[in-house]
Design a protein around this ligand. Sequence first.
Ligand code: ADP
Ligand code: MG
Length: 321
Amino acid sequence: MRRSRELKEMLENSLDAGATSIAVLAKGGGLKLLQIQDTGHGIMRDDFGRVCERFATSKLREYEDLQQIETFGFRGEALASISHVAHVTITSMTDGSPCAYRACFAEGHLVSAKPGEAAEPKPCAGTRGTTIVVEDMFYNAPTRRSAMKSVAEEYGKLLQVVQAYAIDNAGVAISCSKGTECGAELRTLREHSTTDVIRQVFGASLARELLPVEGAEPSVGLTVRGLVSNASHSAKKLAFLLFINKRLVESSSLRRAVEEAYAACLPKGGHPFVYLSLRLPPTALDVNVHPTKREVFFLEQETVVAAVQTMLRELLAGANG
Ligand code: ADP
Ligand code: MG
């Protein structure tokens, strides 16, 4: 399990909670400290005991809901698995509560903050929202710890995840910092558009020539929105940001189709920038694939891939016509 995946799940939890602002702090490449602070609806005192238990999701009332689920997470596993490999502290305040509550977790359970104290949420000062602090990741799994790359590389991977979610969630203020005096490496404001965020992450020259994608394939309930580079932009590496139902995923078949759509109009060895946000009925996604795995499969794979490729081909032909 990589920290970028844990971070992704925590970002999705904050977005599920309706946060308008999310601040990520990652020290020591996220191993020493990973903190996510949001302004979402918070966790009620009485629910604290459950949030780190396996399958303790508040997003799934009935089994049939699996087919309908619209929030991002639906397994109730992210916090549980993190609490088995790190020290987790959650501070949260809901609307209407006179104060915030703070509690520590280990091995899927509430634990006391100090020896002799009761293992229960303690009242404290705070503001609406949730702050989750994950410390000493893999303290109990030294082989996993030593398999980590350099701090800079690990932080780079975390930053990329936050940048991707910032692009797909323009309108939410999102920042990412490693806690040095240089300030945050990413800081978006609520009034920033998707293009503004892409400019901040990938630079002004790319942002100037982006083409908006907007299309649908009603036969499979697919809608597509996004921003892609024109043929004139050519990077060394394909930047392919793919979101399906607001989850950051990978699809090698879609990736190939996108490369093919650009093949005719890019210089040899050049790559485009592609950001696509797909919406599909949950029933159109292959449910046999573990939802925390990033590679997704569509039930109507060929139709979905062909529809996206056609949209891109027509857009590029029109722009370079
Ligand atoms: P899931 O997201 O699949 O329900 P998680 O383990 O990610 O499972 O989270 C467990 C539960 O903890 C969530 O269902 C939610 O009720 C609560 N929770 C976690 N993070 C937050 C947050 N940032 N704000 C509000 N509630 C949260
Ligand atoms: Mg979740």
